[in-house]
Design a protein around this ligand. Structure first.
Ligand code: ZN
Length: 317
């Protein structure tokens, strides 16, 4: 069975054509930053057509399309996505795409779609109950329970980044305090570094950032600063690892998960040692003896969300 899957991100939209368990077409386009919702929808249609072109197929050769989008998804509608133009107010994305693609369309949250991909074809293969955690600009989470995505009563399940691991703790980009993301997310770490510099703490982080010609402290910037022995960056990464360990263990204690998949820009850049250290930070908090949960690396990379969306599209066909 062939389907097309699209992953809409704040920066790029990826699309794949999935034929059974193989991707046979790939495409990527920039997500428009202005022009509103219609420009974004046009881009989604174009990137899907690009992936079909890459596979040498017409739209009629696929049975459906799936989309992973930021925000909270209820049925085919999406809202609360502030980083995509026009996606903060709720609207029917499935209907809008169905009109333009003339295919059945399934919409899911982007991290839920990535969890579906990692569950079927990536790090979570063979496990029914998994948590997928992506550590990048923010910290995202997706849950598969009993082998199906768990989206909650109002589409808002899986917000792993906003698990509170320290009451009255650091301010999170969401405006609350003490969330995992307030310690482990790249944006929060960059803000913490700015505050430390203002208070007189030395760091090479911003020098490395300028040297690489970046306007933000990317995952690569953090990695280089860490390799140069920067103490502030090492402390920030230590705090992030401790927060991830506590958050993951708490989720495992609640749900008795088999596998936790860890991915995202920062986890990918920092690699095996980061994964091993998050696992070590998790272990002391685990309640069940002996601990059977496995922490593994995400395997599908940037295309995981699009692959998961393509898998979800099989259910609408
Ligand atoms: Zn938060």
């Amino acid at each position: 069975m062939r389907t097309v899957g699209i992953d809409l991100g704040g920066t790029n939209a990826y699309a794949v054509v999935l034929d059974d368990d193989r991707t046979i077409g790939h495409a990527k386009r920039r997500t428009p930053t202005d022009g509103g919702r219609n420009e974004v929808i046009k881009t989604l249609v174009k990137v899907a057509d690009d992936a079909l072109d890459d596979a040498g197929l017409e739209r009629t050769a696929v049975v459906g399309a799936g989309v992973g989008t930021p925000g909270i998804v209820i049925g085919g509608t999406v809202g609360n996505a502030s980083n995509v133009p026009g996606f903060d107010e709720r609207f029917d994305l499935a209907a809008a795409l169905h009109d333009r693609l003339d295919l059945p369309v399934r919409v899911a949250n982007d991290v839920t779609a990535a969890a579906v991909g990692e569950h079927a074809l990536g790090g979570g293969r063979g496990a029914d109950d998994i948590l997928v955690v992506f550590v990048g600009t923010g910290v995202g989470g997706g849950l598969m329970l009993g082998g199906v995505p768990f989206e909650g009563s109002h589409g808002g399940a899986g917000e792993f980044g906003h698990l509170v691991i320290r009451q009255g703790g650091a301010v999170c980009p969401c405006g609350r305090r003490g969330c995992v993301e307030a310690y482990a997310g790249r944006r929060a770490m960059e803000l913490a570094a700015e505050r430390a510099v203002a208070a007189g703490t030395p760091t090479v982080l911003f020098e490395v950032m300028d040297g690489k010609g970046k306007s933000r402290a990317t995952s690569g910037v953090f990695k280089t600063a860490l390799e140069r022995g920067d103490e502030l960056v090492a402390d920030l990464i230590d705090d992030g690892i401790a927060a991830l360990g506590a958050g993951i263990a708490s989720t495992v204690n609640l749900l008795d998960l088999e596998v936790v998949v860890l991915g995202g820009g920062l986890a990918d850049k920092l690699g095996e040692s980061y994964l091993a250290r998050v696992e070590a930070a998790m272990r002391p908090h685990l309640f069940l003896e002996p601990p059977r949960v496995r922490l593994v690396a995400a395997m599908l990379g940037d295309e995981g969300g699009a692959v998961g969306a393509a898998l979800l599209a099989r259910n609408v066909a």
